[in-house]
Ligand binder design. Structure first.
Ligand SMILES: Cc1cc2nc3c(=O)[nH]c(=O)nc-3n(C[C@H](O)[C@H](O)[C@H](O)COP(=O)(O)O)c2cc1C
Ligand code: SF4
Length: 469
């Protein structure tokens, strides 16, 4: 599946709801076109491009069969099936989904809730939007099954502000699901009531963080909550709450239908199933590809993504969204699963694989990344608010040629002092890639010192020179 990556760049750090309105029409006309690769294993994406936004088509393609099956299962059996499938959260942290559901108390004086996190704002990540666009009922079905598992009667689908152009699709899907009895009172004659609401965010990376999302949903400023207590016990409006990423929830119906064993066997141990990998950057065939968990990164770049164009060489890869530490060209022979990437000193994160060729200036890339985090910091805690701001200022001066030798250590020192000292993981998300850039590409930072012009800018300038006929 390919996507127009220019839209991703526009989305991050620059968009406001005001300037989005003018581009919504534009975006609708640029909906993602789909590509594929023979190594793909289509579980979540199997209905992409099949017209499954229509409920009739969704039903023809096995839609809502999983919810019918789940209605005949005990809640604990649903939880165990998902737990044993090895499904781990696709939002970034990779926590076992069934295990998370098992933390929700069985009895609760307050209503329980299921939240679908469709905020998808991590740069490099563009997969949930495809699920909403091509298979909205799969998300709804996943939310209902999660509700049956934990004894909830209400679900919310929270979609990133900039994804407003998907609202029509989601709202129609919900209306159709109500009309056919998959939502509302007494779903499918089971005696079980379940309502699902859609909610559009206002466009902030921070509200993707689960507790900030709940604040936002409650109509407050989207800043994180103090934890513990964790959402499974005290979440939305103080009720026990399950919150999962859209891809995580869309993976649940196939697990219920195909069984835990089948799903677990697709990936390596403890990393069940498939993953929608978002391949972007300097690649011949960028796109969103559904591959088995544990797929080799080198193969992903050179075979699935078609390799590096223009006879360029690979320089680095950001393997799981902008917050994950980069890997050098020598480190890409690695299995793309949560545990292997952790061992390699990085993270699988949200599945956003950004490939950089040797024409990329790492200092500039570090600066672009920090501009994003500085812009998105909610400003609540000092290490993040001040840290991202100073890092942005220092990197800007550094890249512009005003760098001092001590800046290199200062950048690293500043980032290291943010790690683990912020109120939510956004501070870590800004610090971790920065530390990796300095450690792995120190020479490139040194090459920018004492007013030396950026070598890569020079290259870009040469490329732009007119060619004499
Ligand atoms: C700053 C920040 C932004 C986040 N953004 C998202 C997001 O856009 N989508 C998402 O699913 N999870 C996001 N997360 C992770 C969520 O807090 C949470 O772990 C996730 O929704 C849980 O779902 P999962 O277990 O299915 O991954 C973010 C976390 C942080 C710290
Ligand atoms: S780490 Fe950053 S985003 Fe998170 S609470 Fe602190 S200031 Fe806000």
């Amino acid at each position: 599946m390919i996507i127009d990556f220019r839209l991703l760049i526009e989305d991050h750090g620059t968009s406001t709801i005001k300037n989005q309105k003018s581009t919504i029409k534009n975006r609708q006309s640029k909906m993602a076109s789909l590509v594929s690769h023979p190594d793909e294993v289509r579980v979540v994406s199997k209905r992409f491009g099949q017209g499954a936004t229509s409920i009739d088509r969704y039903l023809e393609l096995d839609g809502y069969k999983a919810v019918q099956k789940a209605l005949g299962m005990q809640p604990d059996a649903i939880v165990n099936e998902v737990k044993n499938s090895g499904l781990r959260g696709r939002g970034g942290a990779g926590f076992n989904t069934g295990l998370k559901w098992s933390f929700v108390p069985k009895q609760s004086p307050k209503p329980k809730y299921v939240l679908c996190n469709g905020d998808e704002s991590e740069p490099g990540t563009c997969k949930d939007r495809l699920i909403f666009e091509h298979d909205p009922h799969a998300v709804i079905e996943g939310v209902v099954i999660a509700g049956l598992a934990v004894g909830s009667h209400t679900g919310y689908i929270y979609i990133r502000g900039e994804y407003r152009y998907l609202s029509e699709i989601m709202q129609k899907a919900l209306k159709d699901a109500y009309a056919r009895g998959f939502l509302g009172k007494n779903i499918l004659g089971s005696g079980y009531d379940f309502d699902v609401y859609w909610h559009g965010g206002a466009g902030a990376y921070e509200v993707g963080e689960e507790s900030a999302l709940m604040e936002s949903l409650e109509g407050k400023r989207g800043i994180p909550r103090v934890r513990p207590p964790f959402p499974a016990v005290v979440g939305l409006w103080g009720g026990p709450t399950v919150i999962n990423n859209a891809e995580t929830l869309a993976s649940v119906p196939p697990i219920i239908l195909g069984g835990a064993e089948w799903y677990a066997a697709i990936g390596p141990p403890k990393n069940g199933g498939t993953r929608l990998f978002c391949l972007s950057g300097n690649l011949a065939r960028p796109g969103v590809y559904e591959l088995p968990m544990g797929y080799n990164l080198k193969k992903m770049i050179y075979e699935v993504g078609g390799g590096i164009p223009n006879s360029r060489k690979l320089k680095a890869v950001v393997p799981g969204g902008s917050s994950t530490p980069c890997l050098t060209a020598d480190e890409v022979d690695v299995s793309m699963d949560f545990d292997s990437l952790m061992k390699a000193g990085s993270m699988l994160g949200s599945g956003g694989v950004v490939v950089l060729d040797d024409s990329t200036c790492i200092v500039k890339f570090a600066l672009r990344t920090m501009k994003f985090y500085q812009h998105e910091s909610c400003g609540w805690c000092i290490p993040c608010r001040e840290g991202t701001d100073w890092l942005k200022k220092t990197l800007t001066r550094f890249h512009a040629g005003g760098g001092l030798k001590k800046d290199i250590d200062n950048i690293q020192y500043l980032a290291e002092n943010m790690l683990g000292r912020t109120f939510c993981p956004l501070g870590d998300a800004a610090a971790m890639p920065t530390i990796a850039f300095v450690k792995k590409f120190r020479k490139e930072f040194e090459d920018h010192l004492e007013g030396k012009p950026c070598q890569f800018e020079k290259e870009a300038a040469i490329e732009q020179l007119p060619v004499m006929a």
